[in-house]
Each structure stands twice: as structure tokens, then as C-alpha cells.
Ligand binder design. Structure first.
Ligand code: ADE
Length: 277
């Protein structure tokens, strides 16, 4: 079944954007995921199509209005429900989308869901959100889709979070000019995990944050470059020795660069506490 991404944004032209190329772009063309950018300005009611207003209590910047956001989120939820099959397996299914996110074929009936949640989460991208983890990415990617709410300006009127079921997610401790780049990051991380996207290469399981450690260093030919040679052990053909070397390297890099991850991994004891990612 196609993973359906909806993006509520003031800049629909930013999607699929980077996700229209490379691995995600190919997957989009193959119908492994679909993308629909919805312009929040379409829900404005006044002549100027305004979506924001000055902050109550004063201060800099502008705030996205709850009434506009509420209508946009409700529209997206209704559309998502149309796209998804009911738990019984009946439903409209998802048509093919071209790179601009426009539906190009009539929806085809979708078979009953296997192992996927029936509800697509609604996620607002904001620097004050819960930090995104590989574990959360995996959960989202195993569901039927996601609705992403991209802020601009100072942020969202708080009442939208009280009135609708919306999760707040951050992609890191820095401020972007809007949620669109963060939405692209979140989607990229999900799309590569979708069935059929990575194909036989399937190196994903072995990567950083799945093992709880950062990745060991990689090398390829030429054996010597600018006087530097590939470590001898990697040319030894001794697979047990190579695996041990890689494990050691991964541990050393994690300890040095990410003491927080190293701690969660179980530190020097090598005992991974339950629930570690
Ligand atoms: N919007 C602005 N900055 C952001 C961040 N760091 N993460 C998610 N959304 C954002």
C-alpha cells in the first residue's frame, strides 16, 4: 500500500522538492509513496488571504491563526481518510501522483492493511517539539501515511494543539526559517524505510541509531590514496576479525562524539538497557 504524505504549507511549490529526485523520487514514480501539498492560504477567508496575525500580548513576528489552521487540518484529515482503506479493507485507495503531487490516475481499491496502523498522525514541525528519533521514524513509516503541518513566522496559535490531535516534532536544536525543510527531512527518513524503496541493498538495518552506535569507518579502492592505505584488517579476508574491528571502531567513535548515545547503549559494559534505540 502506498504511504501517503500530506503537507500543509504556505509554500506548496517546495514539495516534493528534493524528494522528487534520487531514491525518494524513484519511489514516488513507482507509486511506493504519494505526496500532496496543501496550501494553507486556500483556507483564508478575507480578501488578502491572510493566514497570520500579530501576537496577543505584543512582541515580534506573526502567529499562524488557529481558525485557518483548524480548517486546513480538518480538510487534510478528511482527505487522508478518503485515501485510506477502512480497517475492513474497503476504501478508495490511493491514485498515482506525479512529481508535482497532482493525482494522475483514478484511485484504485486498496487491499486490507497488514501490520500498519489505520490512523495517519498529524505532526507539526516546530523547534519546541519532541526531538525526532529513528524509532519514531520507523513507527511513522510503518503506518499508512502522515500529515505534516509546516509553520512560518513565530509559530502556531497554541489553541490548535488543544483543539486537535497534533504531535509537535523538532529535527534538532536550531531554528529553520520554516517547517518545510524539517518536513522534507522527516519524509526522507520515512521513505527510505518503506517496503521496496531500498531494494536489495537494504543496508538500513545495520546503520547508526538502529544498532545504538554510530557507524564504523568505510573504505573503498584505491588501496592507497595520498599516502593513506586502507586498514590492513579490512584486506585480511578474516570476517570475524573484520566484524570485531568494526565493532571496536563504532564504539570508539560513539564514545568520543556522542557520549549520550554511548550511555544509552550501555557504556563500557556493552549491556544495552531495554528500550535503547
Ligand atoms: N521549524 C523551525 N525550526 C525547526 C526545527 N528545528 N525542527 C522542526 N521544525 C522547525
Amino acid at each position: 500500500m502506498t504511504f501517503h504524505a500530506q503537507i500543509l504549507t504556505l509554500y506548496p511549490e517546495m514539495f516534493p522538492g528534493l524528494l522528487g529526485a534520487s531514491l525518494a523520487g524513484k519511489a514516488l514514480e513507482q507509486g511506493l509513496w504519494s505526496c500532496e501539498a496543501i496550501n494553507m492560504r486556500d483556507f483564508a477567508t478575507d480578501r488578502h488571504r491572510s493566514v497570520d496575525d500579530t501576537p496577543a500580548g505584543g512582541g515580534a513576528g506573526m502567529v499562524l491563526r488557529a481558525d485557518i489552521l483548524g480548517k486546513a487540518v480538518d480538510f487534510a484529515s478528511a482527505r487522508m481518510a478518503e485515501k485510506l482503506p477502512s480497517p475492513s479493507g474497503e476504501g478508495l485507495g490511493v491514485g498515482a501522483f506525479n512529481k508535482r503531487g497532482t493525482e494522475t490516475t483514478a484511485p484504485t481499491p486498496t487491499p486490507p492493511l497488514k501490520g500498519r496502523g489505520y490512523k495517519a498522525p498529524v505532526i507539526a514541525l516546530t523547534p519546541r517539539g519532541t526531538p525526532l528519533t529513528q524509532a519514531r521514524v520507523r513507527e511513522i513509516a510503518s503506518g499508512p501515511g502522515v500529515t505534516l503541518l509546516c509553520g512560518r513566522f513565530e509559530g502556531f496559535d497554541e489553541r490548535i494543539f488543544e483543539a486537535r490531535d497534533i504531535e509537535e516534532v523538532s529535527i534538532g536544536d536550531y531554528i529553520l526559517s520554516g517547517g518545510e525543510v524539517a518536513a522534507t527531512v522527516l519524509l526522507d527518513a520515512c521513505i527510505r524505510l518503506l517496503p521496496g524503496v531500498m531494494g536489495a541493498s537494504c543496508s538500513g538495518d545495520d546503520e547508526s541509531f538502529e544498532t545504538g552506535l554510530l557507524e564504523y569507518p568505510h573504505y573503498t579502492r584505491p588501496v592507497e590514496w595520498e599516502g593513506r592505505t586502507i586498514p590492513e584488517v579490512l584486506r585480511s579476508g578474516d570476517h570475524a576479525k573484520i566484524a570485531a574491528w568494526r565493532e571496536e571502531q563504532a564504539e570508539a567513535i560513539t564514545r568520543l562524539r556522542r557520549p549520550d548515545l554511548w550511555e544509552r547503549h550501555g557504556g563500557a559494559s556493552g549491556q544495552s538497557p531495554s528500550g535503547a534505540q
